[in-house]
Design a protein around this ligand. Structure first.
Ligand SMILES: Cc1cc2nc3c(=O)[nH]c(=O)nc-3n(C[C@H](O)[C@H](O)[C@H](O)COP(=O)(O)OP(=O)(O)OC[C@H]3O[C@@H](n4cnc5c(N)ncnc54)[C@H](O)[C@@H]3O)c2cc1C
Length: 503
């Protein structure tokens, strides 16, 4: 008999679990509280502009990366134009110096040596690190949970040449590595490559692999933005025969005799299935949908102690200006302000601005979406939200401040602004349900980089979790892999061979 699966959440992990479930003969239903697919991988329209709320780069944007196959299977990349930028970021110093993080390794190495000839050795070590990661065999094909001893041995064999390398770079943070530069500008600028705060523990290994993918042009930007990307996967899911239910919030996972048997929605209706997968927020799933009944000290410890990636204030502006003279970058330009400003209750000394001048589909001809993002404190916004008038006023004030700051940098800017939109950690929480308004789940650090979390809960049968709350570090490729892996685990338990198709 065909088994049924209810999947909670139509983010990339939920959509992926749906697609692979359908490919493998399960009857799946995705239940999503929002009105559209994508979760964090989203875009929204304001006054003729499309604000992209997610994708700076897509790992696996070309066939040279092992994630590409997964994107093909879920129908996300076919016919999609990918842009590979020449620059990852620009980081400016006070005295007009600029560190350009080129995506081409050779160019980056040359540029760094020009900036800081005295740091030749450290620069070469860094460039060698990126080059080593180019051929790193990313294990995406099979879920580690179902590895046979032979699979394990094969993996060790493949990883062997990288073990020492991974041990070394997995332990060094960006901040630690930056301190090795003698050149004061490069020392400061290098630490800012990953520009959001609370990333001081960001592992160099993650940086090296990202830059290796950029160099190989396998982590491009998908033209059309994040929602269009998610919609393509939704189309694939529907074409495979999947069922989608929007505007349906799951409040409880139904359990009988320690087996998940379905879900209850906010409207009180109950829906039964043989298997339940939650691809929604981890905290809500464990502590609200299941009242914390299926947990152990390890899982409790994650939620008590592991930091999440700080949420952001996301300021998007629609500007009647082409910015064609500005470089195309993956993450933007980060520059010091003449004087510090307080935004979202915190002093800000720098501003990171991203021009979407490379994607004409996001703005009317000759116009551009400009975005500024600040990491911000969740509690600050939670408190402010209790007073709707103050919350609204603070958002207005932030938009005013950012426009004024950008006007200093780009004279005439303020008069060209046609659209202003400010999303806060509360916005991200409201639309995606993610705990503490985060958008990447657990903070990636030297501690969580290699951490593997269980996709099941102790004592509960027929229940699985997928997505960024069981994959530390988050991101869209991890989400698609997570949905695929969960389906592989289910197939293995049901003694079925896991199959995939490409449309
Ligand atoms: C500003 C920003 C920039 C980013 N940049 C990148 C990038 O450049 N590259 C990259 O790879 N990743 C990036 N990410 C991260 C990436 O978007 C996420 O890690 C990934 O999309 C998470 O997918 P997910 O399916 O695990 O979870 P989510 O996207 O959180 O999906 C969970 C889904 O569950 C639904 N849900 C929650 N609770 C319920 C409920 N009770 N009932 C029903 N449905 C529910 C939510 O509405 C949501 O649709 C970025 C994210 C943001 C916001």
């Amino acid at each position: 008999m065909q088994k049924s699966i209810i999947i909670i959440g139509a983010g990339i992990a939920g959509l992926s679990a749906g697609c692979y479930g359908q490919m493998n003969g399960y009857k799946t239903r995705i239940i999503e509280m929002d009105t559209k697919p994508g979760g964090c991988c989203t875009s929204w329209k304001r006054r003729g502009y499309t604000i992209d709320g997610c994708m700076h780069w897509l790992t696996g944007s070309s066939p040279r990366n092992s994630f590409y196959r997964l994107w093909e299977e879920v129908g996300a990349v076919q016919g999609r134009t990918m842009i590979d930028h020449e620059e990852y970021a620009r980081i400016e110093g006070k005295e007009g110096k600029v560190f350009i993080v080129y995506t081409d390794i050779n160019r980056l190495e040359r540029h760094m040596k020009e900036l800081a000839p005295e740091d030749k050795d450290v620069i070469e070590e860094f460039a060698k690190g990126i080059r080593t990661m180019i051929h790193f065999p990313m294990p995406v094909e099979k879920a580690p949970e179902i590895f046979s001893p032979i699979d394990g041995l094969k993996m060790i064999f493949k990883m062997l040449p990288y073990l020492m390398f991974m041990r070394k770079w997995g332990k060094i943070t960006i901040q630690d590595f930056a301190r090795r530069f003698k050149n004061p500008f490069l020392r400061q600028a290098f630490a800012l490559i990953v520009n959001l705060q609370n990333r001081s523990n960001f592992p160099m290994l993650a940086m090296l692999v990202t830059l290796a993918w950029m160099d190989q042009k396998t982590a491009g930007y998908p033209v059309g933005g994040s929602l269009e990307f998610a919609r393509a996967i939704e189309r694939r899911y529907l074409a495979l025969g999947g069922e989608m239910h929007y505007k349906s919030r799951v409040v409880k996972i139904l359990v009988e005799n320690d087996r998940a048997v379905g879900v209850r929605l906010a409207d009180g209706s109950e829906h039964r299935s043989d298997i339940v997968i939650s691809a929604a927020d981890g905290h809500t799933t464990i502590f609200d949908m299941m009242d914390g009944k299926y947990i152990n000290d390890k899982i409790q410890g994650y939620y008590d102690k592991l930091p999440v990636t700080l949420p952001v204030i996301y300021i998007a502006l629609g500007v009647a200006r082409s910015f064609e003279e500005m470089p195309h970058t993956v993450t933007g330009i980060d520059y010091p302000l003449d004087e510090p400003v307080t935004i979202g209750g915190q002093e800000r000394k720098r501003l990171g601005v991203q021009m979407y001048n490379f994607d004409p589909s996001l703005a009317p001809a000759g116009k551009t979406v400009v975005k500024v993002m600040f990491a911000s404190d969740y509690e600050y916004w939670k408190k402010l939200k209790q007073d709707p008038e103050r919350y609204k006023a603070e958002k207005e004030q932030i938009a005013d401040q950012v426009v004024a700051l950008l006007d200093r940098r780009f004279p005439g800017f303020a008069a060209q602004v046609e659209m202003r939109d400010v999303a806060t950690p509360m916005t991200f929480e409201r639309y995606t349900g993610n705990w503490q308004g985060t958008f990447l789940g657990w903070l990636i650090s030297t501690k969580t980089l290699m951490m593997r979390m269980s996709k099941t809960l102790p004592g509960l049968k027929n229940f699985y979790m997928a997505g960024q709350w069981v994959e530390p570090g988050g991101s869209v490729p991890t989400a698609v892999m997570s949905g695929r892996n969960v389906t592989q685990i289910i197939c293995k338990r049901d003694k079925r061979s896991f199959i995939t198709t490409v449309p």
